[in-house]
Design a protein around this ligand. Structure first.
Ligand code: ADP
Length: 540
């Protein structure tokens, strides 16, 4: 739910039987959004979405599904995915309106005056730097905040956004009786009452104690006064938010027993949609920016990256690492060294030996966040590196590599860094399995390097809608847990039938040779040592 609101409907065999979508910009043009958002013209980093646009999109989506002749009465459970970090501010007295929706009218006309601000801060906003600094300072520093909540303060996170509203619009803050995330906001409409925030999406707020899965008093106090009562409770992602409101039963013929399972954020839902479920599972999304999702047993928060509770289990943690230098940086090397062709790029990659003769490249075409380094390229050669030992090895910096070495260096360097950072966050090597997705996952030569560097089988899925699919899957999971009266492992739902469902993935590259894996382990140690030095010298 960034640029559109999408519905994915699964049958009891977990196959997609229907889907429908409402695009915000083109189908609701009167909100005048671009990519679903408003950017403040004064260029101050303030980026919001009109809250009512989401309500109207929901009206329209339900209408479209009605036209598809969807039998709403057969839907056993509904869940959803909202963009993580975005927030909604309900005005005092709104719970009464929410509880008494008239099924003869659309949602929009009944909810048009229930928000204390009509503009929801969203994940793209970067206008809260001073609030981030204030909160970090109040709790004892950035690392302490990361240790407590799983992430240091980020401009887009909801806590700093709430603090900004408290500081700059005190009347709005005072008039707000409830703050929802985009996810719990949509769930609230569906149950006709304020829905709780789920623990995984809640970890994207800089407000939740990651180990206790409860609001952290110290961070609440550092953020805004009287905040806890405005936030309500936290509950696990598989919990039932409530039965569907009568509004939907009367207007669309939903079954009155249809359950609304907690909605969650887009990142947790993507993890579910990619079928990650047990510790050691790792997904790598190779798109414009590269994102790593993993499930770890213990939390190891650091200054970079994020730790959230596992959205598909009551135990364990979800690790999320985001790299700004993904496909565009690979494309840059392809254009400079491989005649702008992926085929040539792959030929050069295959032509060079693994470990690249000890050549290590660091390519930051964009200012990088993992590690925090400015734009720049750095190339080093480990003298006489054979992969057997690092003893007595020296490296020296060079200005350039030959074309084929540059190609191998951009690929190996990036995935060695990814492995090193994933390990720092508690992910095991080799991972249990790797699921690759996104544009570059179509490239077998790149996947071969991934399999060798991580020492793991690589499966691929092409699933641009993993968040919507993951939400539908979590709806089924919540329903199963509710029916059994206890938590059941997520994988029980698709055990033995995964390949027959919409969730199937394909084994694209078997794990590489174990000897090569241990050689890469040494190269990775050297690489992270150099990377740490670059951060000390050039980092922010
Ligand atoms: P987004 O993150 O914008 O949704 P995608 O996941 O669709 O992007 O990935 C797009 C990127 O995939 C492009 O920038 C392109 O560089 C990269 N890509 C496409 N095909 C290949 C390929 N064969 N090898 C490597 N990269 C590829």
């Amino acid at each position: 739910m960034f640029r559109s609101l999408k519905a994915t409907i699964l049958d009891s065999n977990l196959n997609i039987v229907n889907s429908e979508v409402v695009h915000f910009d083109s189908e609701l043009p009167h909100y005048k959004t671009k990519d679903g958002v408003y950017r403040d013209p004064s260029n101050n980093g303030r980026i919001v979405s009109p809250t009512l646009m989401w309500v109207e999109a929901f009206d329209l989506l339900l209408e479209k599904l009605t036209k598809l002749k969807l039998d709403f009465g057969r839907i056993a459970a509904v869940s959803g995915s909202g963009q993580q970090h975005g927030s909604v501010y309900w005005k005092k007295g709104s719970s009464v309106k929410l509880a008494s929706l008239d099924s003869k009218k659309q949602l929009l006309e009944q909810l048009n005056d229930v928000f204390s601000t009509n503009e929801s801060p969203i994940w793209m906003d970067c206008s809260t730097t001073s609030q981030c600094k204030e909160i970090e300072k109040a709790v004892g520093g950035a690392l302490e905040l990361a240790r407590l909540t799983g992430s240091r303060a980020y401009e887009r996170f909801t806590g700093p956004q709430i603090r900004k509203i408290f500081e700059t619009k005190p009347d709005v803050y005072r008039e707000t009786e409830r703050i929802s995330l985009v996810s719990s906001f949509m769930a609230s409409i569906l149950i006709g009452a304020y829905a709780s925030i789920d623990e995984t999406d809640g970890a994207g707020m800089n407000l939740m104690d990651i180990r206790e899965r409860s609001w952290s008093k110290i961070v609440l106090e550092a953020t805004a006064p009287g905040l806890e009562e405005k936030l309500g409770k936290l509950v696990p992602a598989h919990a039932v938010a409530g039965p569907i409101a009568f509004y939907f039963v009367n207007r669309f013929n939903f079954n009155k027993d249809c359950l609304v399972v907690q909605w969650s954020g887009d990142n947790p839902n993507s993890l579910a949609g990619l079928t990650l479920n047990t510790p050691g599972d790792l997904a790598i999304s190779l798109g414009t920016s590269d994102t790593v999702f993993g499930i770890a047993s213990e939390p190891h928060p650091r200054l970079e990256g994020h730790v959230f509770p596992n959205p598909v289990n009551t135990k364990g943690y979800m690790v999320m690492l985001v790299y700004k230098n993904g496909s565009l940086t690979r494309e840059d090397v392809r254009n400079r060294c491989a005649e702008q062709s992926w085929d040539t790029f792959n030929n050069l990659l295959e032509k060079t030996p693994p470990l690249n003769g000890g050549k290590l490249g660091f390519y930051y075409k964009e200012h990088e966040i993992l590690p925090p380094l400015p734009v720049g390229f750095h190339r080093f050669v480990l003298e006489n590196f054979t992969g057997d030992s690092l003893d007595g090895l020296k490296e020296h910096e060079v200005g350039e590599f030959d074309g084929p070495s540059e190609v191998r260096a951009v690929i190996e360097g990036h995935f060695l860094s990814m492995r090193a950072h994933a390990e720092r966050f508690g992910m095991p090597t080799p991972p249990k399995r790797i699921i690759a997705t996104g544009g570059a996952s179509a490239n077998p030569s790149i996947l071969k390097s991934v399999a060798s560097i991580f020492g793991s089988d690589v499966y691929t899925v092409q699933r641009p809608d993993s968040a919507s699919l993951g939400a539908a899957l979590r709806a089924a999971h919540g329903w199963v847990c509710h029916s059994k009266g206890c938590f059941v492992p997520f994988s029980c739902m698709y055990e033995n039938k995964l390949e027959k469902t919409s969730l199937s993935s394909k084994l694209s590259m078997p794990a590489g040779d174990p000897q090569l894996l241990s050689n890469y382990t040494l190269l990775m140690k050297k690489r992270i040592e150099i990377e740490d030095r670059l951060v000390q010298k050039l980092g922010r």
